[in-house]
Ligand binder design. Structure first.
Ligand code: SPV
Ligand code: MN
Length: 627
């Protein structure tokens, strides 16, 4: 069998590429590649061994075949996805479930046998006439307990290019690990393309995750969230693997908050898409380590985390020179950046929703030729860029990258974990949980968010999204929560847990905070991690004292923070909290298989506290009433 695979690969790939594969002593890898090259049947195969020439070849191919086009700024390119392929396709993304296994209803699944047959039919000869790329990456730092090698087979030079920006090269890691590599595998084809070089057969879009073989299949789509195998597709495989081995895969940013006297405290943050995650990771005055996915392990009694990636697939909507200094600067620097689904002007510059300056009169965007006032087939005005338009960039292009932390094989010690969603009316801007269990249950496992453009479907609907990880779960919800709860057992230092809310609105529907206010919340949390400031106990957690915030607003933002603003923002909204508990309890009772009793216990304790306080202080409790 192994000999046959090698023989086939040699014939199909040619000498140079084959020699590269042979250097990796791993029959399972060879047999995987032989199987899927046979099935997809490309005309040519390029094997990437991570030399500078290899990466240049991928970049040039993306330009040559029109998946990307050059922009005016050197190194910048534009890629378009099909108008109907602008976000993660939840409906067609599924975990393959063998007969007899069950997952919660909120997790999209497909019958494994049927789906495998289906995807093999879809993939048959799908790469005919095309070139395939075989690329090797390492999830997490190389040479580390966190490292997971991964191989990508794709016929999209855009996908291969994006991954070379986003992930650490992994060819040498494969060579080093040889037969011991327990690697993830990704097969992707963009399928037939239209004249704009976007995937045409969206009706045959498939994203299937097979946990049994650690393979993800993706076909007839280009949007990064559906195709960049190492991102959200690998995340499902990693959640499954981690759950068996006692470590966690989280949809979390990693950042360094700089405390007093050069103290460095590392934070993790979980936010659903389009809820300020990237702008938090790039907070002015602090340092980014990662903006999307983290692996967490317990090492020597503390929680340590790594960024799975080395680049960013960031949302560009709303990025402006005032609120997003580092992003603004990086996006205007020559260097390797792939913009996707933004407007390109005839001069080769880009524009997006919420960018500084005038909206250009015309150009080309995700809808094709675009002019101000253009409407779609349903008469809806098409904005200058898609709300989920993105940019792909190496983190090195950010001035505030903590590069040592990024590549530390041992990761960083986690001081705090922050959960936040798009919540117009319930949570205060920042609140500390009483302890780990209270935080995991009332913050993480109770996370809700009003929907955004990052997934296809209606916007603005409040949805349950525990730990902002629901879309990526590959194990039962209860098992996932249990793994989170247990994670703190036996630790000598337990990270603090906080909830934040950047989206609180007043009665008139206006946001109550400026975007930059979050800089203050993080400085406050940093001080709390080290017990440097006090806090006010409320029925739902611990909130800041006015004097501390007032001082921090002055120090960080040079702003006066009024007692009136503080009171409005930090008023405990009892009826909204009670309604939230009702919603969450109902979800766990009706939608979750075998819910953990501790969830109800902790939520009921919180309800009891809220009712007691309500009796004493009324529906809306001002912080000063609790001091
Ligand atoms: C997100 O939507 O959470 C992202 C982008 O980070 S995607 O790759 O689409 O998941
Ligand atoms: Mn994400």
């Amino acid at each position: 069998m192994a000999d046959n695979d090698l023989k086939y690969l040699e014939e199909k790939i040619g000498k140079e590429g084959f020699e590269r594969l042979k250097r990796i002593n791993n029959p399972a890898l060879h047999s995987f590649l032989a199987k899927y090259l046979k099935l997809c049947n490309p005309d040519r195969v390029f094997v990437c061994a991570d030399t500078p020439e290899d990466f240049e070849y991928i970049r040039q191919t993306a330009l040559k075949n029109g998946e990307e086009r050059r922009l005016a700024t050197p190194g910048h390119t534009i890629h378009f996805d099909n108008y109907g392929d602008q976000g993660r396709d939840k409906k067609n993304t599924g975990i393959l479930l063998p007969k007899g296994k069950k997952l919660d209803e909120a997790i999209e699944t497909k019958d494994r046998d049927t789906a495998l047959q289906d995807i093999h039919e879809v993939l048959k000869d799908i790469m005919k006439g095309k070139e395939a790329f075989v690329c090797f990456f390492c999830l997490g730092p190389t040479n580390s307990i966190f490292s997971i090698p991964a191989v990508q087979l794709t016929d999209s030079s855009y996908v291969a290019h994006s991954e070379s920006i986003l992930y650490r090269p992994g060819y040498e890691e494969f060579v080093k690990q040889g037969p011991n590599a327990r690697f993830f595998k990704f097969v992707h084809s963009q399928g037939e393309l239209d004249e704009r070089k976007t995937s045409k057969n969206l009706d045959k879009r498939r994203i299937y995750i097979d946990l049994e073989e650690d393979i993800v299949y993706s076909a007839n789509t280009q949007y990064g969230g559906n195709t960049i195998g190492l991102k959200k597709l690998a995340m499902r495989l990693a959640i499954n693997r981690g759950s068996k081995e006692g470590w966690l895969t989280e949809h979390m940013l990693i950042m360094r908050i700089n405390g007093p006297n050069n103290r460095k405290t590392y934070f993790l943050g979980a936010f659903p898409s389009l809820c300020g995650k990237t702008s938090t990771a790039l907070l002015e005055g602090e340092n980014i380590v990662g903006d999307d996915i983290a692996y967490l392990r317990k090492i020597d009694g503390v929680v340590r985390a790594v960024n799975v990636e080395k680049g960013m697939f960031g949302i560009i909507q709303g990025v402006n020179s005032k609120d997003d200094k580092y992003q603004w600067e990086a996006l205007h620097t020559p260097g390797e950046i792939i913009f996707s689904n933004v407007l390109v002007t005839p001069e080769g510059y880009v524009h997006w929703i919420g960018k500084d300056g005038e909206i250009p009169e015309r150009g080309e965007n995700h809808s094709g030729e675009w002019y101000k006032g253009k409407k779609d087939a349903n008469g809806k005005e098409i904005p200058v860029s898609h709300p989920n338009a993105r940019f792909t960039i190496d983190l090195r292009m950010f001035r505030n990258l903590d590069i040592e932390a990024l590549h530390d094989p041992n990761g960083v010690e986690v001081g705090a974990i922050v959960y936040g969603g798009r919540d117009s009316d319930t949570w205060v801007p920042v609140e500390e949980a009483f302890d780990w269990v209270h935080g995991i249950i009332t913050k993480g496992a109770s996370l809700e968010s009003e929907t955004t453009a990052a997934t296809l479907g209606k916007e603005g609907v409040r949805e349950f999204n525990l730990m902002s990880n629901l879309d990526f779960l590959s194990i039962p919800i209860s098992k996932y929560i249990e793994a989170n709860l247990k994670f703190a057992e036996g630790l000598k230092r337990v990270p603090k847990i906080f909830g934040v809310n950047y989206f609180l609105k007043d009665k008139n529907g206006q946001f109550m905070n400026e975007k930059t206010d979050k800089r203050v919340w993080y400085k406050w949390m940093e001080l709390r991690v080290h017990n440097d400031v006090g806090a006010i106990k409320t029925p739902t957690g611990l909130i800041p004292e006015y004097e501390d915030l007032k001082r921090l607003f002055r120090q960080v933002l040079e702003k006066d923070y009024s007692f009136e603003d503080y009171t409005k923002q930090f008023t405990i909204r009892v009826p909204e909290h009670l309604a939230k508990i009702d919603r969450i309890v109902n979800i766990y009772k009706t939608k979750v298989i075998d819910p953990l009793p501790i969830i109800f216990e902790v939520l009921e304790e919180q309800r009891k506290r809220l009712l007691e306080y309500q009796k004493k202080y009324g529906d809306y409790i001002k912080p000063e009433q609790l001091r």
